[in-house]
Design a protein around this ligand. Structure first.
Ligand code: DLL
Length: 433
């Protein structure tokens, strides 16, 4: 059977809960001792680490939000001295500053093994050639999958993103057997191959590991047909570790959460109360093994539900449903997280004050595009053409600096963006996923 770490993936619930409690207590002791933010929060609530004697006590602990991480930018939430950090990754914050994640040597070792779990579950072995078509950089996707594949002993082709025809050429010539990318990029590859008249069956590709953005069963079928592969889903987020939090097994009936490393809860996003098992709500995760950047009850903002029923694959770990939405307004554009507040900061920064705007998100072919439409105001209108052009350039540049993505920006006539009850809908997301 394709199980990378049967000791942990097939552990009995009793043993798992014992392990989780030990690891939870160790994590709480560590953050209480080393992270000022948590010490303060615990003190405010009158909690000491010794109060946590069972897993049920978890709900006594405070929730952690992205804002808490932002307020401690860049390294304030780290539980080890920087000297022990061997890797830094990052992802968008809600404002102009990103959030920063750190890893010790041991964190990287554990992370690689977690990724190896879902890769193995998707039948990747040391005989495979894994083409990683994620962006190599601060994004956790490429390095996460890269290290996971090397841990299994597979050969990694670190392609990075973009240059679709070159991707296809490498796939053909190097005989890649596994594709790693966002689901939308996989679809883009399929469309391009069709356009070039390449029969996907002529490739050596057999498996795709997709994650980093929401997708659907329809998209899965389209990718599976278009690339003639078996497409699997994996989930993660940078704050918690990156990819390697959960992944599908061959049953494809939910993603197994690696509960020996992550303790999941589902809360009501409005009240913060824990919901009964099986109910849909916001996923909250407590890290159980992380040394550099442990998080207690982190609000992922992702909406899902948990299923503790045994799975036919033999793994005992809980399954989460495919993510069905977000409890905040975060957008994922070509795999990159973007908050409308970041775009607003860019627009208002360039306009040196408020300006009516709308963010239009579309999927053209398989690729996301974001356009920021700004109404001319007296101030912007009075600028001569040359200055209007440099205003647009300035908005584009600010968006790129803050979010890392390229947006189209255009000026339209005053009052031409439709209003409802006098208000502009700031985000118009026309994508059908
Ligand atoms: O996207 C980590 C990752 C990389 C996961 C590669 C899987 C593969 P962030 O950039 O921090 O990290 O974005 C995390 O992306 O909170 C979800 O909203 C969304 N997301 C990630 N994987 C999935 C998925 C990486 N399989 C945010 N399905 C998360 C739906 C996903 N949404």
């Amino acid at each position: 059977m394709n199980i990378w770490d049967p000791t942990h993936e097939c552990i009995s619930r009793d043993e798992l809960e014992q392990l989780q409690l030990e690891r939870l207590q160790a994590t709480i002791n560590r953050v209480h001792k080393n992270v000022v933010h948590y010490r303060k929060k615990f003190n405010e609530l009158g909690i000491i680490p010794e109060d946590i004697v069972s897993l049920e006590d978890l709900s006594k602990l405070p929730l952690t939000s992205k804002d808490d991480i932002n307020c401690n930018y860049p390294y304030g939430m780290f539980a080890v001295p920087l000297r022990e950090v061997v890797r830094i990754h990052s992802s968008s914050g809600t404002g102009s500053k990103p959030m920063v994640a750190g890893y010790t040597k041991n964190d990287i070792r554990i992370w690689s093994n977690l990724v190896a779990r879902f890769m193995t579950a998707a039948s990747v072995t040391r005989d495979d050639l894994v083409q990683v078509a994620f962006h190599y950089g601060l994004f956790t996707g490429a390095f996460g999958l890269h290290y996971g594949a090397e841990t299994i002993g597979a050969s990694v082709i670190p392609m990075g993103t973009g240059n679709t025809e070159r991707q296809i050429m490498i796939m053909q010539d190097y005989k890649s057997t596994v594709l790693v990318s966002t689901p939308s990029y996989a679809l883009e590859l399929a469309y391009r191959m069709e356009h070039l008249g390449i029969n996907p069956k002529s490739l050596s590709l057999k498996v795709g590991l997709f994650g980093g953005e929401p997708w659907s069963e329809n998209m899965r079928s389209e990718i599976e047909q278009g690339l003639a592969i078996n497409a699997t889903d994996n989930y993660g987020l940078s704050e918690i570790i990156g990819p390697g939090i959960a992944g599908e097994c061959s049953c494809k009936k939910g993603l197994h959460i690696y509960e020996d490393a992550f303790l999941p809860e589902i809360i009501d996003p409005d009240t913060g109360k824990v919901l009964p098992t099986g109910t849909e709500g916001e996923l909250v995760i407590t890290t159980l093994t992380k040394e550099a950047f442990p998080l207690i009850r982190y609000r992922t903002r992702d909406i899902t539900s948990l299923n503790y029923k045994p799975c036919d694959c033999g793994r005992t770990l809980v399954r989460m449903k495919r993510i069905s939405g977000r409890s905040d307004d975060m957008l994922i554009i070509r795999g990159v997280n973007v908050y409308p507040s970041q775009i607003e900061e860019a627009v208002y920064g360039a306009a040196q004050g408020e300006a009516p705007y709308q963010i239009l998100v579309e999927r053209i072919g398989a690729m996301d595009s974001m356009e920021v439409i700004i109404e001319v105001t007296d101030k912007i209108f009075s600028l001569e053409l040359q200055k209007q052009r440099s205003f647009l350039e300035s908005v584009k540049k600010r968006i790129n600096t803050i979010t890392g993505i390229h947006a189209y920006v255009k000026l339209v006539e005053a009052k031409s963006i439709p209003r409802q009850d006098g208000k502009i809908k700031k985000v118009l997301d026309k994508r059908h996923i």
